[in-house]
Design a protein around this ligand. Structure first.
Ligand code: SAH
Length: 281
């Protein structure tokens, strides 16, 4: 059942990615209809290996390659600039955001399990009166899946429920939310300022849930040492409550905001989080 749904979703995605996938449209000119008939005949006769179907496959592959390249570039940009730069970048051309998210969804379709679903499950098992802030919400899947009041933030708003902003500076009141979520969104070079913002808006004892790409925390491979990261977040004023490394693709870290403000004002050492770059296929 699940697989069937995923396959039909993938098919749908493929159609969206490639709007020119041959489909009989009512507005096709007779010439195109003839071409389409010829293509169908070629497929029957030659099993789809005619010159025209070969060239359409080639164009399809080329288009995929170009959009994959654009996604990789945008992804690298987001991991190597500050949140404010990313906001300015997308404000200049919001269509780049769609391009990024099409590529992102495609990458995610290869993951056996999505971290956002772990977060949705966690929220569903708690009180629905918890107010949630979803930092870097993407398509706002959390808000769409739970009963809670969810404030969804991203650099560009593709849905009226999403507030467009750099998440180091949200319009939320201090101590106003119960749960702050970062699901694969600690992307900017100034990621610590996002966690500081979450600390500001969380009420005492509120939850901070972080899901991140596992390789970013692989200290044998240029990633951060998870201990250093947990220490930095704790020094800011949280206590660690869960470290889950069991998934192959992502890690889950849960924290609770301390009741008391940290009196210790020593400088927090935030480890650098390795960019998550995707390989060329
Ligand atoms: N949380 C979603 C989307 C993850 S992709 C999910 O799990 O599916 C990461 C998202 O974080 C992107 O949509 C990106 O635009 C957003 N993001 C990155 N830096 C941001 C910033 N400084 N402010 C707001 N959103 C940011």
């Amino acid at each position: 059942m699940k697989e069937e749904a995923a396959t039909s979703r993938n098919r749908k995605r493929k159609r969206q990615r490639n709007p020119e996938t041959p489909r009989k449209e009512p507005y096709e000119t007779p010439k195109n209809q003839n071409n389409e008939k010829k293509r169908q005949r070629d497929i029957k006769i030659n099993g789809g290996s005619s010159a025209s179907s070969k060239s359409s496959n080639f164009l399809h592959a080329l288009r995929e390659k170009l959009s994959g390249g654009n996604f990789r570039r945008l992804n690298e940009k987001l991991y190597t600039c500050s949140g404010q730069e990313a906001l300015d970048y997308f404000n200049e051309d919001p269509s780049l955001f769609d391009m990024y998210h099409t590529g992102y969804q495609q990458q995610m379709s290869n993951w056996p399990e999505l971290p956002v679903n772990s977060i949705i499950n966690w929220l569903s098992s708690r009180s629905s009166s918890f107010v949630v802030a979803d930092f870097g919400c993407g398509d706002a899947r959390i808000a769409k899946s739970v009963k809670n009041k969810v404030f969804s933030f991203d650099l560009v708003s593709k849905d009226p429920s999403v507030i467009a902003c750099d998440m180091s500076n949200t319009p939320l009141e201090s101590s106003s939310v119960d749960v702050a979520v970062f699901c694969l969104s600690l992307m900017g070079t100034n990621y610590s300022s996002y966690i500081k913002e979450a600390h500001r808006v969380l009420r005492p004892s509120g939850w901070l849930l972080i899901a991140e790409v596992k390789s970013r925390f692989d200290s044998n491979n240029g990633g951060a040492d998870p201990k250093d990261f947990v220490k930095a977040v704790s020094d800011l004023g949280f206590s660690s409550s869960l470290k889950d490394f069991s998934n192959k693709m992502f890690i889950l870290l849960h924290f609770k905001k301390k009741e008391q403000l940290n009196s210790n004002k020593k400088k927090i050492e935030w480890p650098e989080l390795k960019a998550c770059l995707y390989k060329r296929r």
